[in-house]
Design a binder for this molecule. Structure first.
Ligand SMILES: C[S@@+](CC[C@H](N)C(=O)[O-])C[C@H]1O[C@@H](n2cnc3c(N)ncnc32)[C@H](O)[C@@H]1O
Length: 203
């Protein structure tokens, strides 16, 4: 099954609240976004945002320039249906991040649990180049993956696991590490998954 078909199938067959990565309130992401110091008019893109509730919380906080990108249209539809009329305040992009060419720049790039699926070095290079193209100097990026001692698979797919230094090294020298955060994520099934987040700045 190809990537797009895999993710379409996940979001068509599983309720949003039952996927292992579900969070009612994405605390680590919100904490790290707060640490960036970006204002409410900052352009923020959530890469592989899927049906995540991050966008709901950012709208609640007053952010006005939000974009959610995902490979699965079905995921975006889930989020749009949940948001109702508020969905009109968000830009939605259905695309594979490894093939997408940003048509604009952003102040902040956020990715929770997407980069770790890129087990092919060429895909990781393309992703890093896209992130660099999407952020002007001073723009920040938050990337969260399974930690070095995290699970070997996510959604049934193999992942690369990272310690903070190794994750930041994937984006050097265009990005410089500003800070890190680790999280023990409790899945809806009650399992703990160790996450590693890095916050970086475009040099
Ligand atoms: C594990 S889920 C995480 C979803 C969301 N970031 C969250 O934290 O709830 C991975 C998400 O990345 C999306 N995805 C996977 N590969 C992708 C790619 N190459 N380009 C864009 N999105 C992708 C999937 O459709 C899915 O929504």
């Amino acid at each position: 099954m190809d990537r797009h078909a895999h993710w379409q199938d996940v979001y068509r067959t599983k309720p949003e609240t039952e996927v292992s990565w579900f969070q009612e309130r994405p605390e680590s992401s919100l904490e790290l976004i707060q640490r960036t110091g970006v204002g409410h008019t900052a352009a923020i893109i959530d890469i592989g945002g899927g049906a995540s509730r991050l966008v709901d919380h950012l709208l609640d906080q007053g952010f006005t320039r939000l974009t959610v990108l995902d490979i699965a249209e079905a995921a975006l539809t889930r989020a749009q249906e949940r948001l109702g009329e508020r969905a009109g305040r968000v830009s939605w992009v259905a695309a594979d991040v490894t093939q997408w060419k940003p048509g604009a720049t952003f102040d902040l790039w956020h990715d929770r649990a997407v980069f770790h699926f890129l087990t092919d070095a060429a895909d990781r290079r393309t992703y890093a180049d896209t992130m660099a193209a999407a952020l002007p100097a001073g723009g920040q990026a938050i990337v969260g993956t399974f930690a070095a001692d995290g699970p070997e698979k996510c959604s049934g797919l193999p992942v690369c696991r990272y310690a903070a230094e190794a994750l930041a090294a994937e984006f050097a020298p265009q990005f410089h590490l500003l800070g890190t955060l680790t999280e023990d994520h409790l899945t809806p099934a009650g399992k703990v998954q160790k996450f590693q987040f890095c916050r970086m700045i475009r040099t």
